[in-house]
Design a protein around this ligand. Sequence first.
Ligand SMILES: [Zn+2]
Length: 144
Amino acid sequence: MPNTDGVETCRRIKAVEAFQSIPIIVVTARNQKEFLQAAFAAGVEDYIRKPVEQVELLTRIKSSLQLKQETETRKSWEMELTKTIAELDRALNDIATLQQLIPVCPCCMQPPSTRISESALSSYIQTHLDAKFKDAVCSRCTGL
Ligand SMILES: [Zn+2]
């Protein structure tokens, strides 16, 4: 196969999304920088020169497949990481929303729980101006 056809074939293979990660090794008798530049620009991962030595060919194939595997593993981790970051963002938004809902008794305007002191509530309101209040009649006002 003429080298220009090999480069074009590589371009066509790499243009198909499903084949983009398939490593391509060109075998060439030439020692031309322009051909190799065109081949690498077309997506070739590696090359070997003729005459092909079996050990060299097998080693290059093994290296290319290992690189492909590592690249796919890294992409998978990146996708998982992106999902995890999106989940953490949602959780942080939920926490921020929940922090803005302060339970306050509508009768005495005090927190219904003894776990929230009046000074802690006052301090929280001063630092969270956008806080909203959730009505919850306290046990003092209901007499329970
Ligand atoms: Zn109350």
